[in-house]
Design a protein around this ligand. Structure first.
Ligand code: RB5
Length: 149
């Protein structure tokens, strides 16, 4: 699996912890920034990662900011991205089973590294349920077709 990571300054430390956690697993990870000691706008780096995801260069994206919320708003502006902020293992599991989320957003100011690792592990290991949830995700695609250029 290919995963793109991005963060702002508030998510940087958690991103680096998760990058370490993913290293050594059967996953190709690309970190598109930001770097250490940069105070930047989450919008710029979230957009960078989301663009790569919609171009099909990666299977999934994991984005980090202070709360995970700004990154989710940015990523969901890109057609084909289903980004969800998750704050525990249950929300991570449901975001995959019910929403087929392809982008996980995490808050560096609200999660410990241990919590984030458990969320990421669950998110990566959980498959989409399909069925009635597939019908709902298809309806989201129709909305995208109507509302995105
Ligand atoms: C940066 O201070 C903070 O606003 C940002 O990381 C994020 O939490 C926005 O949603």
């Amino acid at each position: 699996m290919k995963i793109v990571l991005a963060s702002d300054h508030a998510g940087y430390e958690l991103k680096m912890g998760i990058e370490d956690f993913l290293t050594g697993q059967d996953i190709e990870v690309l970190d598109v920034g930001c770097g250490p000691s940069e105070a930047i706008d989450y919008v710029d780096y979230g957009a960078k990662a989301a663009q790569r995801l919609v171009r099909g260069e990666h299977d999934r994206a994991i984005l980090f900011c202070g709360t995970g919320m700004g990154m989710a708003i940015v990523a969901n502006k890109f057609k084909g991205v289903r980004a969800t902020p998750c704050w525990n293992v249950y929300t991570a599991e449901m975001s995959r089973k019910h929403n087929d989320a392809n982008c996980l957003t995490l808050g560096g100011r609200v999660l410990s590294l241990e919590e984030a690792k458990a969320i990421v592990a669950t998110w990566l290991a959980t498959a989409f349920d399909g069925g009635r949830h597939g019908r709902r995700v298809d309806k989201i695609r129709l909305l995208e077709n109507e509302n995105f250029k």
